[in-house]
Design a protein around this ligand. Structure first.
Ligand code: CMC
Length: 429
């Protein structure tokens, strides 16, 4: 390695590869010409050492436990801002002025209703469908309802599609919830802020007046800020890969939603709460710690560990504080799940296995307890994650589409299957 290039020796060939510096964080080695020069690919399952794109949106220093949106620390945004301000920041790159913020809030608020026929589209789902299944289907269906904003070559249509998704995904999420509990859909109310409106769409019923609790609304808004973006995670990379083919933005965000559903990603908050319920009491914790450490047992402590954070997840610290605020507000003094969570965290942070593997609580460890206390069933946890992450997916998708060097994403492979062989007719097999 020297200056701005590095050399790779392959057989008798020396290949020069440019080293590209980011503004902060590790530099990258540009291997784009490697195949042309050596006839070899690189091999990196899970992208553990591979940067898939250049981005200016989110920065994570996993060793230091730092998360920045457009350069701003997550702690400051969660403390001082609101979710729509974060949305503006992620989309446009700068914090809005007061006038820009008021205009953005107004435009998002005026896009919250969904096409009336969408309600009939929902009727096609089974009542007991998982709300994430309904989300994947209904977000995908938006491209059929809003095809006047699917031309990705038109910047105006791209912006309208972006606004529509930030505004309408919460409405679809609330509808998914109402559908599973058999209650009527609640229309959005434009006089409410984004998160209060969402709470009302989830929990109001026509038979009673509903008053939004400002403490819960602020807590959920903060949870949305914490989940808004997380650079090139699995679902965001899915959105970018889907978008790289020129697919319309609604289809791309549906693809991201499907990826988020998995228990190793956005499904972990649901899995973490189920695990705390299964552990049940502080006395059972040692048994589960032993299971997590046993190489022959597939059990993992849900809500622990992260591909990038090898330190305390900065979002988990804010989440833990928010959990206490919500439980206090609701007068929940003795929550057995919280007792289990606190003790589990304490033991894991002092256990040699977890220390050595740098497994710290991640954001999903405390979010389940908070959302459950607010009244959301576990099946809605990943849906709430999707509501918040929609803006991150869109910002990353827009950045990719607007990048002149963008190409269709097409990974290569190390083929280990059979070499060429001749077909044997069925009677001779
Ligand atoms: N409990 C017990 N052992 C674990 C855990 C855990 N939660 N996580 C990782 N390990 C061990 C793992 O067995 C492996 O051990 P060894 O080296 O002896 O084989 C080592 O730690 C490294 O694990 P890995 O699976 O190679 O690490 P990864 O970077 O591929 O996985 C992860 C990251 C988040 C998928 C994983 O830590 C995990 O499955 N955690 C539980 C699920 C979870 O909480 N996910 C939410 C992530 S935060 C929300 C989001 O961003 O979506």
């Amino acid at each position: 390695m020297s200056g701005n290039t590095s050399q790779l020796q392959v057989g008798d060939k020396t290949v020069d590869m440019a080293i590209k510096q980011g503004s902060v964080g590790p530099a990258v080695i540009d291997i784009g010409k490697l195949y042309a020069q050596t006839g070899m690919f690189t091999y990196d399952p899970g992208f553990t050492s591979t940067a898939s794109c250049e981005s200016q949106i989110t920065y994570i220093d996993g060793d230091a436990g730092v998360l920045l949106y457009r350069g701003y620390p997550i702690e400051q945004l969660a403390e001082h801002g609101d979710f729509l301000e974060t949305c503006y920041l992620l989309l446009y790159g700068e914090l809005p002025t007061a006038a820009q913020k008021a205009d953005f809030d107004y435009r998002i608020t005026r896009h919250t209703m969904v096409h009336e026929q969408m309600a009939r589209f929902f009727q096609g789902f089974r009542r007991d469908a998982h709300p994430m299944a309904v989300m994947v289907g209904s977000i995908g269906a938006m491209s059929a309802f809003y095809h006047d904003s699917t031309d990705i070559s038109d910047p105006q249509q791209r912006m309208i599609a972006s606004m529509r998704m930030i505004a309408k995904v919460p409405t679809l999420a609330a509808m998914a919830y109402k559908y599973t509990v058999g209650q009527p859909f609640v229309y959005p109310l434009n006089s409410l802020d984004y998160t209060s409106n969402f709470l009302r769409m989830c929990f109001a019923v026509p038979a009673e007046e509903y008053k939004v609790n400002p403490v819960l609304s602020r807590a959920l808004d903060r949870i949305f800020i914490l989940h808004a973006d997380h650079e090139q995670n699995a679902s965001t990379s899915t959105v970018r890969l889907a978008g790289s083919s020129g697919a319309n933005p609604f289809a791309c965000i549906a693809a991201g939603t499907a990826c988020l559903w998995g228990p190793a990603h956005g499904g972990a908050n649901e899995a973490a709460l189920k695990m705390l319920e299964e552990i049940g009491s502080v006395d059972n914790i040692p048994k589960y710690i032993a299971k997590a450490k046993d190489k022959n047992d597939p059990f993992r402590l849900m809500g622990f560990g992260h591909r990038v954070y090898k330190n305390y997840d900065p979002r988990a610290k804010i989440m833990q504080k928010t959990t206490h605020e919500v439980l206090n507000e609701l007068g929940i003094k003795d929550d057995p799940l919280l007792d289990v969570a606190i003790e589990l965290e304490r033991i894991a942070l002092h256990d040699e296995y977890f220390i050595e593997k740098k497994l710290y609580p991640n954001i999903d460890f405390y979010s389940g307890i908070t959302l459950k206390a607010m009244g959301f069933p576990t099946s809605m946890f990943t849906v709430l994650f999707a509501v918040a992450r929609t803006v991150g997916w869109i910002a990353q998708w827009k950045e990719m589409i607007e990048d002149p060097s963008q190409k269709i994403g097409r990974p290569r492979q190390l083929y280990t299957g059979s070499p060429q062989r001749d077909y044997t007719p069925i009677g001779r097999r």
